[in-house]
Design a protein around this ligand. Structure first.
Ligand SMILES: Nc1nc2c(ncn2[C@@H]2O[C@H](COP(=O)(O)OP(=O)(O)OP(=O)(O)O)[C@@H](O)[C@H]2O)c(=O)[nH]1
Length: 709
């Protein structure tokens, strides 16, 4: 089957074949009524978009509405009832949160939209990143009563990194403290971006009932019918001065502002404004303004802002129009490779339909790739990989690209933050160890932020993850999806080690193996690092006179140095921020590279021990959103956790406490905060840096872990 397939769409490959529903007949029936499976969309009518936001902003609810209005589902699901399409994992339905991204495909007014709903919780950031790299555009959803929240900033930066054009949707306009102005201001202040206000709300909070399209000056008012308030019934007509003189003036001003803003960013539009329409900006046709908005959005010079309430079924249809109107088609993003793929599936959340072919620019799934993992770019053969790599100016192992115009040809990799928590995991019996290993290796391929290693001292399997929730979900999935009841050891903090002073050491290895003599003398100096902070990659240099060592010898030396930094000498945690100088090296010509690495590694361990080890603990950025009533209780609790408050901001009627706190003090925090604030507070926790433990804290930790002082 010669299926044309673009390289760029192939990274959504982490389909768990166990979850594939083979009951295609039933799914096809669903789809027959609402869209023709054979409908062919030209590239310019395809939109591959993601929905991203802070936890609970309403991504899943907005997606559910999109599916409903486009005709793909007949009833509206509700996150709180656990029956939405895209939150299909048991854990998602139980907890009302998105954990894994779900892809769905639907049509909206002659456009094919492939949409991915991504998780908002900070523990699943990698999941967002793995989606962003295959998307052409994104809708950022905000809670209009909270504006930009901590995780919005993280996902916004990720979208910046992947250069994804965006639209902002200010959701929850029906909430008591919803404020369009406040949310827009926080976008300007915190995201440092230029919002283009394409709509103004009509009413706010309880009175929110519709919106005005600033470009066309049409008002859209939702009218509930007596028996069903599903948002399908709305009235759209030109706003006249007589309807509401104040609103009319506001829209007039907003349109003039929008025209000015767009003219500043787009030369073609500026010519129109200064020329043909300079006398009367009112006469600028809506389509000219829309085309200019599209150009500045695609160039990521500004971001269109829309508003609504997904839960109350208002504003989602205009949002869909904006997705088709302002976000790019795949051919407007520069990817050029076409590849072949054997079995293709069109995703519809947890169900898939097998399809014979797919046009370039779509998102699809494939199954049966045993070796692939999230972050891989897949090609059909070694030869095509080599050819593609050559065209892109890089080696087959992914070395750096040589020129900037090749950037667009390859997918960026997924950036994996270091795990901060770990715990041991044990199967119910040794007979089940193999099954557990298999389950963990499948889960790891899907989720690269999950790390699994073997404790060299105890032989136990150790899980390392992004947070308590992350590890909890993995534990749960092993039970439900792989049928293995495992036991987790206590959750522990992933500390780091570093050195306090400079130190030197020498080591000699002299071994005869067979008729070969392996002989090495190595002398190394280690120093506290001066360069980039929090890096576990040591900076290595060579003393004068030995800079010209052969490449393979240098490789073996550097392997030895790097390996000894993976497990520090005090507690076995990674060693960070050190500089190393290879002072001297003598080698017998028969010496193998393995022996050379081993000698250098031993020498490093000696030098590190002499240099005095300092334990570092993860320090977290904490943001708590809490009502005024519960602020003092939350602050008192924070003081007991070695927390340091940096700022207390006002967000509508709530206070936002911005603080740093050692991760070691945050075990079980969500339960404590919930009971302290009667469940009203929310918080986010993100790694900020690693900070030195005091000598008493370090001794206490040593005592706890090794029994030594
Ligand atoms: N008042 C109000 N509540 C909403 C609106 N949209 C969503 N919600 C509620 O907000 C909560 C979170 O909604 P979700 O759709 O799960 O949000 P999410 O962004 O997908 O959440 P995660 O994926 O877990 O980050 C649920 O209780 C929704 O019912 C809205 O427009 N107005």
């Amino acid at each position: 089957m010669g299926v044309k397939f673009p390289w760029r769409t192939t990274s959504l490959m982490s389909v768990n074949s166990a979850s594939i529903n083979n009951d295609y007949g039933a799914i096809l029936l669903n789809l027959k009524n609402c869209h023709s499976k054979s409908k062919v969309f030209t590239l310019c009518r395809i939109r591959n978009i993601g929905i991203m936001a802070h936890i609970d902003a309403g991504k899943t609810t907005t997606t559910e509405r999109m599916l409903y209005y486009s005709g793909y589902i007949r009833t509206l699901g509700d996150v709180d009832d656990g029956d939405t399409v895209t939150d299909f994992m048991v854990q998602e339905r139980e907890r009302g949160i998105t954990i894994q991204s779900a892809a769905v495909t639907f049509d909206w007014k002659d456009y094919r939209i492939n949409l991915i709903d991504t998780p908002g919780h900070v523990d699943f950031t990698v999941e967002v990143e793995r989606c962003l790299r295959v998307l052409d555009g994104a809708v950022a959803v905000f809670d209009a009563s909270a504006g930009v929240e901590a995780q919005t900033l993280t996902v916004w930066r990720q979208a910046d990194k992947h250069q994804i054009p965006r639209i902002c949707f200010l959701n929850k306009m029906d909430k008591i403290r919803a404020s369009f102005t406040y949310a827009v201001e926080s976008i300007i202040q915190k995201l440092k971006t230029k919002p283009l206000l394409l709509q103004l709300p009509i009413g706010e909070a309880k009175t929110f009932r519709g919106l005005v399209d600033v470009v066309t000056k049409e008002q859209i008012i939702w009218k509930p019918t007596s028996d069903l308030d599903d948002g399908k019934n709305f009235e759209q007509k030109l706003l006249l001065e007589a309807d509401d003189p104040n609103l009319f003036q506001e829209v007039q001003d907003a349109r003039n502002n929008l025209i000015e803003q767009v003219a500043d960013l787009d030369d073609e539009f500026a010519e129109l404004v200064l020329g043909e329409y300079s006398e009367n900006l009112d006469l600028i046709p809506a389509d000219k303004l829309q085309s200019a908005i599209r150009r500045v959005t695609l160039a990521q010079k500004a971001v269109p802002v829309l508003c609504g309430s997904a839960l109350k079924n208002k504003g989602v249809q205009p949002l869909l129009d904006a997705v088709t109107m302002y976000l790019p088609a795949p051919n407007e993003r520069s990817y050029e490779f076409l590849e072949r793929m054997s079995r293709l599936l069109l995703p519809f959340a947890d169900q898939q339909i097998e399809i014979p072919s797919l046009m370039p620019g779509n998102i699809a799934l494939t199954v049966g790739l045993k070796q692939s993992a999230t972050g891989d770019t897949i090609v059909s053969s070694k030869a095509s990989a080599v050819a593609a790599a050559r065209r892109a100016g890089m080696g087959t192992r992914g070395e750096k690209r040589s020129s900037s115009n090749t950037e667009s040809l390859l997918l960026a990799g997924v950036e994996i933050p270091d795990p901060v928590f770990f715990c041991t995991i044990e199967p119910p019996s040794t007979a089940k160890q193999q099954d557990l290993d298999n389950a963990l290796s499948c889960l790891q391929r899907e989720d690269p932020s999950l790390k699994v290693k073997l404790d060299p001292d105890t032989g136990q399997t150790v899980l390392c993850g992004m947070g308590e929730l992350h590890i909890e979900i993995i534990h749960d999935r092993i039970k439900r999806e792989y049928g293995i009841e495992t036991y987790l050891g206590p959750l522990q903090i992933a500390y780091r080690e570093t050195i306090l002073n400079a130190a030197q050491a020498t080591d000699v290895l002299d071994k005869a193996v067979g008729d070969k003599r392996h002989f090495v003398t190595a002398e190394l100096e280690v120093r506290p690092g001066l360069g980039e902070r929090a890096t576990t990659k040591p900076a290595i240099e060579y003393a004068v006179g030995i800079e010209e060592l052969p490449k393979e010898v240098k490789g073996a030396v550097e392997n030895g140095i790097t390996n000894s930094c993976i497990q520090g000498p005090l507690l076995g945690f990674p060693v960070q921020d050190i500089d190393v100088t290879v002072q001297s090296l003598t080698l017998h010509p028969d010496t193998s590279h393995t022996m050379l690495s081993a000698c250098v590694s031993r020498c490093m361990q000696k030098a590190l021990k002499k240099a005095g080890i300092q334990i570092l603990e993860p320090l977290m950025n904490l943001e708590i959103t809490v009502s005024e009533d519960h602020l003092s209780a939350a602050l008192a609790d924070l003081a007991q956790r070695r927390g340091s408050v940096q700022e207390i901001q006002s967000r509508q009627d709530n206070r936002v406490v911005v603080a740093t706190v050692p991760l070691a003090e945050m075990m079980g925090y969500s339960t404590v905060l919930r009971s302290l604030t009667s469940g009203s507070a929310t918080f986010t926790l993100e790694l900020a840096s690693y900070q030195a433990l005091s000598s008493q804290e370090q001794s206490a930790l040593l005592q706890r872990r090794t029994g030594l002082v």
